[in-house]
Design a binder for this molecule. Structure first.
Ligand code: HH2
Length: 288
């Protein structure tokens, strides 16, 4: 279902190595924020964030996504100095201790640059590298990148989102951003794309996008999908943010069945276990 036909698995290059995507990879989420929608405040103290990051690596995360600014609907932007005060100490501590690559979840070029200098390997930009300075910094560092689709910005993105054909429009945006990044020095092999579940999308848009991942996979670069604890799961009877693990695992499993290579998750141990079973069914790994 929806996997690009090619010779062997996709490989995603980043600043310190590469990820061979011959099985589903789990990206653990570390929000060093007071206000993230599902875990705000839990890892706001550097020591707690560092502990949680190391724990996720132990639980089998393949990469770790550290962020210091919530991009939940209607959130306010955080000044760069405050964002760095949050993520800087965490990055400095964990990149030294871990082999697992770290991505920095930021929309600010200056934070991306400092994070890469502090040891991060990938930049996860929810604005899809709209700022040309971001492209230059990633190219210069030889970093990996996640190009995500978002409609508008977090402040207003959920105000009546409309699309003529959500899958086609998201695919076209991502394809254009990949082309533009590679024309400006970011190698195609270093880029992954993400449909941006919940970023300027209704529940129906999110579901249509998850079913349409095969169309996005045709771009030919790895697909990252973040469904973990998101509000569409709550809207489908999945409960409050802290109760959405079953719905998150169902959505992640189906995202993988439709072509996702990397799933972004808060509950790493559970997601790793679920993805092992999903991979075994989808890829015939009975003998693992
Ligand atoms: N979702 C969130 C943040 N960053 N990055 C990518 N590539 N894909 C996603 O789906 C994605 C993302 C939102 O989740 P979270 O980080 O838990 O919340 P908040 O933005 O409130 O910190």
């Amino acid at each position: 279902m929806g996997r690009p036909v090619g010779n062997g698995p996709l490989v995603w290059k980043h600043r310190t190595g590469e990820l061979r995507l011959d099985r589903t990879h789990v990206m653990g989420v570390v929000n060093v924020t007071p206000d993230s929608f599902s875990d705000g405040g839990r890892h706001f103290e550097p020591a707690a964030a560092i502990r949680r990051t190391l724990q996720m690596a132990n639980e089998g995360a393949d990469l770790l996504d550290v962020g210091g600014e919530s991009t939940r609907p209607r959130s306010d932007p955080v000044p760069a100095h405050e964002e760095w005060r949050r993520v800087g100490p965490v990055l400095e501590a964990v990149t030294r201790k871990l082999d697992v690559p770290i991505s920095i979840d930021t929309r600010k070029p200056e934070i991306a640059e400092k994070a890469l200098q502090a040891g991060a390997s990938i930049v996860n930009d929810v604005t899809g590298l709209r700022d040309p300075r971001m492209v230059g910094i990633i190219a210069q560092a030889g970093a990996g990148a996640v190009i995500m689709h978002m409609r508008g910005d977090p402040k207003t993105m959920q105000d009546d989102p409309r699309y003529e054909d959500v899958v086609r429009q998201v695919r076209d945006f991502l394809e254009e951003r990949v082309r533009s990044a590679s024309a400006n020095g970011v190698a195609r092999e270093s880029v992954a794309v993400d449909p941006g579940i919940g970023f300027g999308k209704s529940v129906a848009h999110n579901l249509t996008l998850l079913r349409g991942l095969g169309t996005i996979a045709a771009i030919g670069v790895p697909i990252v999908v973040g469904v973990s604890r998101k509000s569409f799961i709550g809207a489908l009877g999945g409960g409050e943010a802290g109760e959405r693990l079953p719905g998150s695992l169902a959505a992640a499993t189906l995202a993988v069945a439709h072509g996702a290579h990397v799933v972004r998750a808060h509950d790493v141990a559970e997601t790793v276990r679920a993805m092992r079973v999903a991979d075994a069914v989808l890829r015939g790994r009975e003998n693992l």
